[in-house]
Design a protein around this ligand. Structure first.
Ligand code: SAH
Length: 457
């Protein structure tokens, strides 16, 4: 086992970085004991201060870079705040893409025993300002309601106005909202005392339409100066089409509560993907990087390789964005999704885009598919795009028993995707195509699409 007995917190060391962690932190070793150092790059010689010594790993902070990696870029943001939201901002974009490519290789090797040839990650055209959605926590700092980013691993708010990766118009709107809330002296939520008015400010903006949705997450139904806030916000943000008050009275880290009301406009804004127009309600998931989503869906549709006659299942379909791209090339598409508002959006969206062969149902995908399999439904292609935890074994079993020609698996967490591939092997499926896509530049996240087909042997 790694030994750290001779090391002390606050000790200074000069180390050479030899690896990157999953989150993109530099790793150096003292004997075989690994020390994780944010914003350090392989090949760099760095003077560090030890900040924490655990049994198996230690942590350190850069004091001085003695030999710099050619993959280092001028730190676009050096502040503590950005270590939690854009931990790769010190890497050149090319190095970020190579890092993500090697991450995908690693997890498939580790979790599925596969030594795959991973193609280069599909890059983003915009590596800043790409997010169409912001969920910003608020806190009282010096008696002022303040917006910003939690310091890594804490709930200590660091004030931030330029979030770097968000649509700059969204950044401006957050400041506008903050200033109006300050004017009427609203109080930010205080976690410890479970007091205050505002918990989060959510802003979403249609990348192609410019339409804006603002959600004020409040602790109770009361919103002091409600009418003045509505009047001022609708005047200050001309593109505002939806102002929602969502009430979250729980002592919880979950952002949205179960009740909500429309204060202005309606509970929806629109955006476009591949020339389809989508209505999105405040509870509905919508990919945060609109431009990259178009590439992601194109790859998924290419992998499905439809001829116009197939029956396709789109599980975890959200508001039906991918379902509609698939429907254009398929016989029938059946989408399933757990959030009922999203399914309502999906149905309206199909109608609005004059697509008649996409059908939607509310349900837990793992239960829905088991039911369909038992009822004898015949499916040619199953497309899945689950949340980070991946697929339930019951879903994989039902999919395996249905024996579709193809399974297209879109994942925001290749680690669980690789784990699930292991189970698909039991039903004779293997990976025939793989393509990572960079949906989240400057972060360590990587999206990955695989095509699974029945093995010929
Ligand atoms: N394919 C869509 C949505 C992907 S995000 C798109 O690209 O926009 C994953 C979706 O799965 C979310 O909409 C989430 O609400 C939904 N979801 C989460 N758990 C689910 C479950 N058990 N069954 C069905 N849908 C689920």
């Amino acid at each position: 086992m790694a030994q750290s007995n001779h090391l002390k917190v606050d000790q200074m060391l000069t180390l050479t970085i030899d690896d990157l962690s999953r989150e993109g932190q530099g790793i150096a070793h003292v004997d075989s004991y690994p020390i994780f150092i944010p914003q350090a790059l392989p090949g760099e010689k760095i003077q560090i201060r030890l900040t924490l010594l655990g049994q198996h790993i230690g942590h350190g902070r850069i004091i001085k870079i003695l030999k710099e990696s050619p993959n280092r870029t001028k730190n676009i943001m050096d502040s503590q705040a950005f270590m939690s939201t854009i931990p790769l901002s010190h890497m050149t974009y090319d190095a970020q893409l190579k890092f993500k490519q090697s991450q995908v290789h690693r997890v498939f090797y580790k979790n599925a025993g596969l030594d795959l040839d991973i193609p280069p990650v599909t890059p983003a055209d915009e590596i800043t300002g790409y997010r169409n959605k912001a969920q910003i926590p608020v806190q009282m700092i010096d008696d002022l309601l303040t917006t910003g980013i939690f310091k890594r691993g804490s709930h200590q708010l660091i004030p931030v106005e330029d979030f770097i990766i968000q649509d700059p118009k969204i950044d401006q709107i957050i400041i506008t909202v903050r200033d109006i809330l300050r004017k009427y002296e609203l109080m930010a939520y205080d976690e410890e005392n479970h007091s205050g008015d505002i918990r989060h400010i959510i802003v979403r903006r249609g990348h192609y339409t410019g339409e804006v949705m603002i959600v004020l997450v409040t602790r109770t139904f009361s919103l002091p100066h409600r009418q003045e806030i509505i009047n001022e916000l609708s005047a200050a943000v001309p593109e505002l089409v939806a102002l929602i008050q969502n009430i979250n009275s729980g002592r919880t880290n979950t952002i949205l509560g179960s009740q909500a009301m429309v204060l202005f406009g309606q509970d929806a804004y629109t955006d476009r993907i591949n020339n389809h127009e989508f209505k999105i309600s405040h509870r509905s998931f919508f990919q945060v990087n609109t431009m990259q989503t178009e590439k992601l869906y194109q790859i998924a549709v290419d992998f499905a390789d439809l001829n116009g006659h197939e029956t396709v299942v789109d599980a975890y379909c959200g508001i039906g964005t991918l379902s509609l791209s698939l429907a254009e090339k398929a016989g029938e598409v059946y989408g399933v999704e757990i959030i009922s508002e999203a399914i309502r959006n999906a149905e309206e969206n199909a109608k609005h885009n004059q697509i008649a062969n996409a059908h939607f149902e509310v349900g837990a995908a793992e239960e829905w598919l088991v039911k369909k399999q038992k009822s004898g439904m015949k499916v040619d292609v199953i497309v899945v795009d689950p949340p980070r935890k991946g697929l339930a074994p019951s879903f994989i079993k039902a999919a395996g028993l249905m024996q579709p020609e193809k399974i297209v698996y879109v994942s925001c967490n290749p680690a669980t995707q690789a784990r699930d591939v292991q189970l698909f092997k039991n039903y004779n499926y293997q990976i025939t195509k793989i393509q990572p896509v960079d949906m989240f530049p400057q972060t360590s996240h990587v999206e990955n699409i695989i095509l699974l087909e029945k093995s010929k042997f």
